[in-house]
Design a protein around this ligand. Structure first.
Ligand SMILES: *Cc1c(COP(=O)(O)O)cnc(C)c1O
Length: 401
């Protein structure tokens, strides 16, 4: 057995739930990554909207190093300074009065859904139904895949949790037909991410707010991907006139260090009592220290304005490219987050674009077979952005010829 590791080892040693690309990335700086052979890549995927401040950001590296020299883990028998400090900042910056920490997006939604069910049952034992949307994604635990609106992720494993109703996204009448006194929660991504960067309409979100209030159900915004500056606001609900009762986030919050958090009001959060829910690693000092450093950078009007400026620049460039090449039928976007609907000779070839793009030095994502998904760092430089766009155009031209 050779000690050096290579891509072939993945197929030999890993449970085959993923099929990673051929190269192994070993180093990053800003929006550039390098592989084992020293080839460079422009990062247009940000590790699925996670490394929102790029790679090797000095403030994040410093926060990690400083905390690493203090204490790594104390358990929830104790609280700790980074966890409390970040909680205060999250509450000061949002509608929230309480937070629950965990380690991933799925866990944040698991906490939100359990809290909504607990509150529902506290009111009336039959108040357990959850309304969710076709095409949505909420994580990979059994509860969250069942609530997610993509049957391919939730089927084939036996009985699913009960009481979950799916209707079409942006369809107010469909929600009216299923919501009622038995509804404990409506969960929605304000912009559907994995499902193709599809923004909710303002009327739809307002209707969800009105209908949940009228039925004494909680409104959960899954901002795991849309949060932490991605859309040009700290959280996307701030771009709307709607305030949720529970907000979940993860991905970009830690800038690459695993963390998840559920934000809520005291009125809702107090339905949980000591022992109702928990997490060994939730509130980990390293995770909270790095996230606090990331949050301090992102929660700055100048940085958020920068997201909007860069987003406008990138959107214009993508539209112009689509017109030159005739390969995108639609470009949906929200901040530095783009879903390019593929058409013509590129139809249904998002996978090919991602693979060939990597070979050409630009790392991108897909959202289903027909949507090329781009999520850059929030602080990507104009030079990195332009270089990535050049490599993307070269890739499209190669696939078209
Ligand atoms: C990524 C994602 C999740 C799941 O997060 P994990 O950290 O992978 O568990 C849930 N909801 C949305 C909207 C996401 O984008």
């Amino acid at each position: 057995m050779s000690l050096a590791v290579q891509r072939a080892d993945f197929d030999r040693y890993m449970v085959p739930v993923f099929n990673p690309l051929e190269m192994i990335l070993v180093r990053g700086e800003g929006s550039r990554l390098w592989d084992q052979q020293g080839r460079d890549y422009i990062d247009f995927g940000a590790g699925v909207a996670v490394t929102s401040l790029g790679h090797n950001h000095p403030a994040l590296v410093k926060a990690l190093h400083d905390q690493a020299a203090k204490v790594w883990h104390v358990s929830n028998y104790f609280t700790n300074e980074p966890a409390l400090s970040l909680a205060k900042k999250l509450c000061a910056a949002t509608f929230a009065e309480q937070v629950f920490y965990c380690n991933s997006g799925a866990e944040a939604n698991e906490a939100a859904l359990k809290l909504a069910r607990k509150r529902g049952v506290d009111i009336n034992p039959e108040k357990v139904e959850i309304v969710a949307f076709n095409g949505s994604f909420h994580g990979r635990t059994f509860f969250t895949v069942s609530v997610g609106g993509q049957p391919k992720y939730s089927s084939g494993m036996g009985p699913n949790p009960a009481g979950i109703i799916h209707v079409d996204f942006n369809d107010i009448e469909a929600v009216k037909r299923v919501i009622g006194p038995k509804t404990c929660a409506v969960i929605v991504e304000p912009v559907i991410g994995e499902g193709g960067i599809v923004p909710a309409t303002p009327e739809f979100l307002q209707a969800l707010r009105d209908l949940t209030t009228a039925n004494d159900a909680v409104l959960i915004f899954d901002e795991i991907q849309s949060g932490n500056g991605r859309t040009g606001a700290l959280y996307d609900y701030m771009n709307t006139s709607v305030v949720p009762d529970i907000l979940t986030t993860a991905k970009g919050l830690g800038g690459g260090f695993p963390i998840g958090v559920m934000l809520t009001t005291a009125a809702v959060g107090n339905h949980f009592k000591p022992g109702s829910h928990g997490s060994t690693f939730g509130g980990n000092p390293l995770a909270c220290a790095v996230s606090e450093a990331a949050f301090d950078i992102i929660n700055d009007p100048a940085v958020l304005a920068g997201v909007r400026t860069k987003a406008a620049r990138a959107a214009a460039a993508l539209r112009a490219m689509g017109e030159r090449l005739g390969c995108f039928s639609e470009i949906r976007s929200s901040g530095l987050w783009f879903g390019c609907e593929l058409s013509g000779a590129l139809a249904a070839r998002a996978g090919d674009l991602v693979g060939k793009g990597a070979a050409n030095g630009v790392l991108m994502l897909q959202a289903g077979p027909n949507v090329l998904r781009i999520a850059t760092s929030l602080i990507i430089s104009d030079a990195e952005l332009d270089e990535g766009l050049r490599r993307l155009e070269k890739t499209c031209i190669e696939l078209l010829s």
